[in-house]
Design a protein around this ligand. Structure first.
Ligand code: CTP
Ligand code: MG
Length: 410
């Protein structure tokens, strides 16, 4: 049994942030809120479940990879509690569950460690808290109707809740008795499941997960929270988070992720038909092969796949497949580009060197580069060399090509 699962709830719509995308997918200092939130979890030995809005599952998987974590992505629900439930269902057989808001994207590792330590010491529910720093009063009268909380401590909406002109104030509440709740909240996994079951549909009204466990009569333990674990809710919060990220040098570079790859192919002269190389038809004896034997295109395909860590041409297409008999190199290049595209990769540039006595590359270099560059949608350079009479290519038995590819994704 895995000890701990962390459920990162990121399925909210981010209405108050108002970016027009779900909050977890809004950009903050060059990376999404979710990427910032996941980064610190890479060091936590835990199963990670990320709960996202329907339609954002693939995006979330990509973001998790960029954040350096292995995460299971599941679809959330209409309320935060529904999203937690979806995460719980996916968390499987674990001893502890930590429920964390993706919106608390700057949370450092310390609250995670403190919560887990308290669980290991025997607590069944643990919440990181902060003291309340402002003087707090209750509203005495004139509290505007409809401005009450609507399903969660954080769910209140309008500015009219923060001191309208028609309000009069009552007693000061002794703030030393108050604590502000943060996440990650930690639980004995069985206890949290039981709490959600007991709450049933009423879970939608819960302001936080610990409250549901408390309703079972179980004690909730507090550990110190962290100023950096504030919840990004409004545009002002996002500005503060962005400034802190930039200051800490933790901004996403906003730069592309870059990878290089290498590919080699070689075919013997033989068979009949035309000689195809670098996407061009040449004078002379053809290269043997099930396809058209274009070693330049095949080396490029392997270089692209190698850069993306997606295997090689044999795994991409059935190279012996009857449908590929005599197939142009371009067919394989297109298939490779499509495969890379499905993972967000595009080529930056490709360099190919052709080893062989013939055909002579020089006279048609520009033409080959034009055709291949158009095929790739990126600059392709082509060079040629003989091997001083050495090896199979030196003996004129065939042609070899070596390619490198640089690819990128956002
Ligand atoms: N959350 C969720 N599923 C929901 C609602 C909220 O997973 N149906 C998550 C949010 O993604 C966030 C956390 O719960 O990480 C706290 O919620 P909140 O700050 O209210 O985020 P949003 O609901 O996205 O924002 P808003 O209320 O402004 O729309
Ligand atoms: Mg909300």
């Amino acid at each position: 049994m895995t000890e701990t699962a962390v459920i990162v709830v990121a399925a909210g719509s981010g209405t108050r942030l108002g970016r027009g995308v779900p909050k977890a997918f809004a950009q903050l200092a060059g990376a999404t809120v979710l990427e910032h939130a996941l980064r610190d979890l890479a060091w936590l030995a835990a199963r990670i479940v990320v709960v996202v809005p329907s339609g954002y599952e693939a995006d979330a998987s990509t973001i998790a990879v960029r954040a350096g974590v292995t995460a299971q992505v599941v679809t959330g629900g209409a309320t935060r509690a529904d999203s937690v439930l979806a995460g719980l269902a996916a968390a499987g057989d674990v001893r502890f569950v930590l429920v964390h808001d993706a919106a608390r994207a700057l949370t450092p590792a310390t609250p995670f460690d403190r919560v887990r330590a308290a669980l290991e010491a025997g607590a069944v529910a643990v919440v990181p808290v902060l003291p309340v720093v402002d003087t707090v009063r209750v509203v005495d009268s004139g509290h505007p109707a409809g401005a009450r909380e609507t399903g969660g401590a954080d769910e209140t909406g309008g500015a009219d809740e923060t001191g309208g002109a028609d309000e009069t104030l009552g007693a000061i509440v002794d703030r030393s008795t108050l604590r502000a709740m943060q996440t990650p909240q930690g639980f004995d996994a069985q206890m949290l499941r039981r709490a959600y079951e007991a709450a049933g549909e009423a879970r939608a009204d819960s302001t936080d997960d610990a409250q549901l466990v408390q309703a079972l009569g179980e004690p909730v333990v507090a550990v110190p929270g962290d100023e950096l674990a504030f919840k990004i809710t409004t545009p002002a919060d996002a500005e503060r988070a962005e400034a802190l990220l930039l200051e800490a040098g933790m901004a996403g570079s906003g730069a592309d992720e870059l990878r290089t790859g290498i590919g080699v192919d070689m075919h013997a002269f033989g068979g009949d038909g035309a000689l195809w190389l670098a996407g061009l038809e040449w004078e002379g004896q053809p290269l043997a092969g099930h396809s058209d034997g274009d070693v330049v295109c095949h080396a490029i395909v392997d270089a692209l796949l190698s850069a993306a860590g997606l295997g090689d041409i044999g795994g991409l297409v059935g190279v012996d497949d009857p449908q590929h008999a005599g197939a142009r190199g371009e067919v394989f290049v297109r298939a490779a580009l499509e495969r890379l595209g499905s993972e967000g990769w595009t080529p930056v540039n490709v360099a190919v060197q052709v080893l062989g006595n013939r055909p002579r590359i020089g006279p048609r270099r520009d033409e080959a580069q034009r055709v291949l560059s158009a095929m790739l949608g990126a600059p392709v350079s082509v060079s040629g060399t003989t091997t001083d009479g050495l090896g199979a290519t030196g003996r004129g038995e065939g042609v070899q090509a070596i390619a490198t590819a640089l690819i990128r994704r956002r």
